[in-house]
Design a protein around this ligand. Structure first.
Ligand code: B4P
Length: 186
C-alpha cells in the first residue's frame, strides 16, 4: 500500500480537502505547510509573525522556515516509530524539492507517489473566492497563481522525470475526486 505521498497542484485545487480525507482513511500523517504556517500565525510566534505578511501577499514563505517545520515533524514521526505520511502544499519550488529529497534520503523514506491535481483557473478562482480566507481576495489569488506557474509548476517535470507523478482531474464533487485518487493508490 502506498504510504508516502505528496499532493501537488495550484492554489484551490483541493489539495487540503483531499489530503485530509485520504490521511484519515489510511492513518497517514497529514502535513500541510499552509495549515502549519497558519497555526504559527494564530499563535503569534516569531515564526508566525515572519510568515503572516508574506502569506497575505500570496508569496512563498522562506524555504528555510518551511523546511525546518517539515523536517522536525518527519523526524518526530520517525522517532515515534515511523508510519506513512502525506505532504500537502510542500514542496512549492525546486529548492524545496531538492532539500526534501535529501531529507528523505537521510531518513531512508523515499516518496512513492506524487498526485498532481489539475483544474482550470476560472474554477480555482471561484472556489477560493467563495472560501474567503485572509489571502483569498481576487488580486492575491491571481498573484498566487502566478507564483504557482513560475515556482511550483516546474515540479511537474521534476517528478515526472523521476517517474513518480500521476495526474488527476480535480473538477467535480469532493467524492468523485476522492475516488479518482483512490484508484491511483495500490
Ligand atoms: P495552502 O494552505 O497550501 O493553500 P492553497 O494552495 O490555497 O489551497 P488547497 O489547494 O489546499 O485548496 P483547498 O483544499 O483548501 O497555501 C497558502 C499559503 O501558505 C501560500 O500562498 C504560501 O504563502 C504559504 N505556503 C504554504 N506552503 C508553503 C511552502 N511549502 N513554501 C512556502 N510557502 C508556503 O480548497 C480550496 C477551496 O475549494 C476550499 O474552500 C474547499 O472547500 C473548496 N473545494 C475543495 N474541493 C472542492 C470540490 N471538489 N468542489 C468544490 N469546492 C471544493
Amino acid at each position: 500500500m502506498t504510504q508516502r505521498l505528496l499532493f501537488l497542484g495550484p492554489p484551490g485545487a483541493g489539495k487540503g480537502t483531499q489530503a485530509q480525507r485520504l490521511a484519515a482513511a489510511r492513518g497517514l500523517l497529514h502535513l500541510s505547510t499552509g495549515d502549519l504556517l497558519r497555526a504559527e500565525v494564530q499563535a503569534g510566534s516569531a515564526l508566525g509573525q515572519e510568515a503572516e505578511a508574506v502569506m497575505a501577499r500570496g508569496e512563498l514563505v522562506s524555504d528555510a522556515l518551511v523546511l525546518a517545520i517539515v523536517r522536525s515533524r518527519l523526524e518526530q514521526q520517525q522517532a515515534a516509530g515511523g508510519g506513512g505520511w502525506l505532504l500537502d502544499g510542500f514542496p512549492r519550488n525546486l529548492a524545496q524539492a531538492e532539500a526534501l529529497g535529501q531529507l528523505l534520503d537521510d531518513l531512508g523514506q523515499p516518496i512513492e507517489l506524487v498526485v498532481l491535481m489539475e483544474l482550470d483557473d476560472a474554477v480555482l478562482i471561484e472556489r477560493l473566492l467563495s472560501r474567503g480566507r485572509a489571502d483569498d481576495n481576487e488580486a492575491v489569488i491571481r498573484h498566487r497563481l502566478e507564483v504557482y506557474r513560475e515556482q511550483t509548476a516546474p515540479l511537474i517535470a521534476y517528478y515526472r522525470e523521476r517517474q513518480l507523478l500521476q495526474a488527476v482531474e480535480a473538477a467535480g464533487t469532493v467524492e468523485a475526486i476522492e475516488t479518482r485518487i483512490a484508484a491511483l493508490l495500490a
